[in-house]
Design a protein around this ligand. Sequence first.
Ligand code: MG
Length: 289
Amino acid sequence: MKIGNVKIDGKVQAAIQKEDRVIPLSTIKGFHEKYGNVITDDIIHNPKMFQAISELAKQDLKSDQKYEGQIAFASVVMRPQKIICVGLNYRSHVEETRDKLPESPVLFSKYSNSLAGSGDSIAIPHETKQLDYEGELGIVIGKKGNNIKESDAFDYVFGYFIGNDVSARDLQFRTSQWLLGKTGDGFYPCGPFITTGDEIRDPQKLSIRTKLNNEIRQDSNTSYMIFSCAYLISYISRFMTLYPGDIISTGTPEGVILGMPEDKRVWIKSGDRVTIEIEGLGRLENVFS
Ligand code: MG
């Protein structure tokens, strides 16, 4: 099932995607009366509600005509307790940034102010002159856990989505900690939907491609990750309890602007469109302003 959040009349609610149709849950007969206004966070935290929506999704649902063309996406999760990002997790990206291969996962965080939906306009902060994109596979945790065995890791996954780890390089490298350059407002657009774990047989076999305007910049496969999704879930859970709705962004392959020779780098500017596609997860698209 593909499930996400949409904005209708300024209000966020969950929707399912079925055969290219976006169906807000409130337009399904009887749903709103029973559950009220629901966002993905509510569903991720409530397995019974998730089960009920899975059953609904099997029916021949029609989206309500009055919303056609007015649907805007919101972040795939609105209130994650944690957004954990993995740096330098593709060998080719480590090489292009002239960094050392990590012996352990390099972890950093973003905050919820960085969340945005597919289609949202991302404002370029005045404080940076070096804005970059990073196409990434994102994981949404579905079950509380710590000390998770690598072999059990997928039991804790709710689903997968596309994320853009927008990075202000001048701020990222101002000090030894990357935080400042990583968690500006709108610096983690994600979506358009979460694809639930049952639909992704192997998250290490997905093509990932990023375009800046019409030019392909990143063209890789999640098979090239240094630390796999299962390893990352297991590793992180040794140090902190993972909760439903937590996000892990698994790192970016080669092809970012930072990886180009200095005289060839043209940083993201107003009007640029970044489009990221991951096999089976759809297309995340944002224009910068
Ligand atoms: Mg990244």
